[in-house]
Design a protein around this ligand. Structure first.
Ligand SMILES: *Cc1c(COP(=O)(O)O)cnc(C)c1O
Length: 467
């Protein structure tokens, strides 16, 4: 019999116990998953039963079946991709967000979520050193932030040429081009596809050896064109953490009448640190900025932020009047600033994280991740047989492993595979400038000195064991 009473909420106690156990165990034991897809399918799959099950049992069984198929990326010994940890207040507020089940589309549906998003947006503009009058949206991630910002750019560039893209679409519109660095993040490419600009509109400018856009080449690309143009610059390269020279590149783009967007998925958080904010000098002159909450701010997924200097362009591109989303008490309807309709009240975990940290805490989080990344890369670089490919500018660096026979790519893959097999820490491999490398990414508040020690020891052991 299906239980239609509310007693099933005892599943929350089950979830709390499983979550506490997961979080407590993050820093010992395996970091990487040990179950393969076949084992997970066998355990979790099969035909959906005709009869339901008690909620608490469902949660308990899910916890048991999924556990060894999880990546323990929230812990201090995970150094792959750019994946942040989760702050305690943020995880707890995220649970409440689910329990409260608010539709954060419009203020009428949930005044608390609308007001909290306004507060978070204001705090972030201040913390990130952006213009206080800019508009903002709380979106699912940096990908959605790009799409939102570039929709605002498309509106502004075409409206300035007396073309109403919201009404007429792109066929018949002046062609927009997007100029960016060869080391851009590929999420940009998908935004360009979704917005109907097409990947053919992208013109790549070479990057210098350290991964920053070559400003002289950017100037040459922009010179003499009257085409509507978006320039995308980067704050924090995925591989090296490099920052484009905003103070030179933005005035050059402005001269050409371009809209400037900044991909600061994690790098924009450098603004919170007195030691690192110089890297962003001039970035506040851009037209739009995208960043993530689920990376360096250590929020749970899904959380991104978009900021647009010109609120009219942002609103023209995104807002969709309806009869039932009536603004109340001057509070904005979030759906006018986001690409979604019904949506999660993702302002609550962001609010909780910012209050748990305070301004000093955000600064500390940035600084400690950068210090740990530098320590890791320097210590690995001091080992015989390891070469530093990119010393971290902020919290990302690259090393590779040298093969006595000269096949450094093969050796690098072999060592990374051995580290993953051993499992006590987790690093990933990548290709950078046609060389295989191991990425070193520190993005969790939980990484400590002893995690750095453990990581160095794991690499030393893997170098011994790998063939
Ligand atoms: C992660 C990342 C993105 C994409 O962000 P999502 O939150 O995964 O959508 C974009 N740009 C850079 C530089 C990134 O590191």
């Amino acid at each position: 019999m299906i239980d239609w009473t509310t007693s099933g909420y005892d599943a929350l106690d089950e979830a709390a116990a499983l979550a506490r156990a997961h979080l407590a165990g993050l820093d010992d034991g395996r970091v990487g998953p040990s179950a393969d897809a076949a084992a997970l399918r066998a355990r979790l799959g099969g035909a959906l039963g005709d009869d339901g099950l008690p909620a608490a049992r469902v949660v308990r069984e899910l916890g048991a079946a999924a556990a060894d198929g999880l990546m323990r990326s929230s812990g201090g010994r995970f150094f792959g991709w750019v994946i942040g940890g989760t702050l305690p207040a943020a995880v707890a507020a995220d649970w409440l967000t689910s329990a409260w089940d608010q539709n954060a589309a419009a203020v009428a549906c949930s005044p608390a979520s609308a007001v909290v998003e306004e507060i978070v947006g204001g705090w972030l503009l201040d913390l990130l050193g952006l213009p206080g009058t800019a508009a903002f949206g709380l979106v699912t991630g940096c990908q959605a932030a790009h799409t939102t910002a570039l929709a605002a750019a498309r509106h502004r560039l075409l409206a300035d040429r007396q073309y109403d893209v919201e009404r007429c679409g792109l066929s018949g519109a002046p062609a927009i081009r997007l100029v960016t660095s060869e080391s851009r993040h590929e999420s940009l490419t998908r935004s360009v596809r979704l917005l109907g600009l097409g990947t053919g509109c992208v013109e790549l400018v070479p990057a210098t050896g350290d991964g920053r856009i070559d400003v002289a080449a950017l100037r040459r690309t922009l010179a003499g064109s009257r085409q509507p143009t978006i320039v995308v610059l980067q704050a924090g390269d995925l591989n090296t953490g490099a920052f484009d020279s905003f103070a030179d590149a933005i005035p050059a783009a402005r001269e050409a009448g371009a809209w400037v967007h900044v991909d600061g998925a994690f790098g924009l958080w450098a603004a919170a640190s007195r030691r690192f904010r110089h890297l962003l000098a001039g970035a506040e002159q851009a037209d739009s900025w995208a960043t993530d909450g689920h990376k360096w701010l250590n929020l749970p997924f899904d959380s991104g932020f978009v900021f647009v200097r010109d609120p009219a362009a942002h609103s023209a591109a995104l807002s969709q009047p309806t009869s039932y989303a009536i603004p109340v008490d001057g509070v904005r309807n979030q759906m006018d600033w986001n690409p979604e309709w019904s949506r999660r009240a993702r302002g609550f975990p962001a609010y909780a994280a910012l209050r748990q940290l305070g301004r000093r805490g955000v600064e500390d989080l940035v600084d400690r991740c950068c210090d740990n990344a530098a320590a890791l890369v320097d210590r690995l670089g001091g080992l015989p047989g390891v070469e530093v490919v990119a010393r971290p500018v902020i919290n990302q660096g690259l090393v590779r492993f040298l093969d006595p026979g000269g096949d450094h790519d093969r050796r690098t893959d072999a060592v990374v595979e051995q580290i993953q097999r051993d499992g006590s820490v987790w690093f990933g491999a990548s290709t950078w400038r046609a060389r295989r490398v191991m990425r070193v990414s520190v993005c969790s508040w939980r990484t400590t000195d002893s995690d750095v020690d453990a990581a160095v020891a794991a690499v030393v052991a893997a170098m011994d064991e790998a063939s």
